[in-house]
Design a protein. Structure first.
Length: 116
């Protein structure tokens, strides 16, 4: 029986961060195709490139600093899944990480995502 990806460990430039189980969403990026119909009713597609991203909810344990997370630039993020499904985000940059609420920080990162 295969194990379902449900927990992920996040490491940013060698520093481990605790995340809420099931909260991490990884978008590997790539081309999204949109449907276009011409005047004669023929269907075509138009590709739009999207960059990689990661959204997660970090647990605000003692010592977690929002400014440190916000300052992430040109970083390497390793996302390790509980079932061996792992990702690496290179050239990572923090998009948002502004609010601590009920012991959690919602953070978004952008970069080049690879499945490993």
């Amino acid at each position: 029986m295969s194990e379902i990806l449900s927990r992920q460990k996040i490491t940013i430039d060698g520093i481990k961060y605790s995340t809420k189980p099931g909260s991490t969403q990884v978008d590997v990026g790539g081309e999204d195709n949109e449907q276009v119909v011409d005047e004669e009713g023929n269907t075509h597609t138009s590709g739009v490139m999207k960059g990689g991203s990661m959204e997660t909810t970090m647990i605000a344990i003692a010592g977690l600093k929002l400014r440190t997370i916000q300052a992430v630039r040109n970083a390497t993020i390793v996302i390790e899944g509980n079932n061996g499904q792992d990702y690496i985000m290179r050239n990572a940059r923090c998009g948002t990480a502004r609010v601590i609420s009920q012991g959690e920080v919602k953070a978004t990162f952008y970069g080049d995502v690879e499945e490993v």
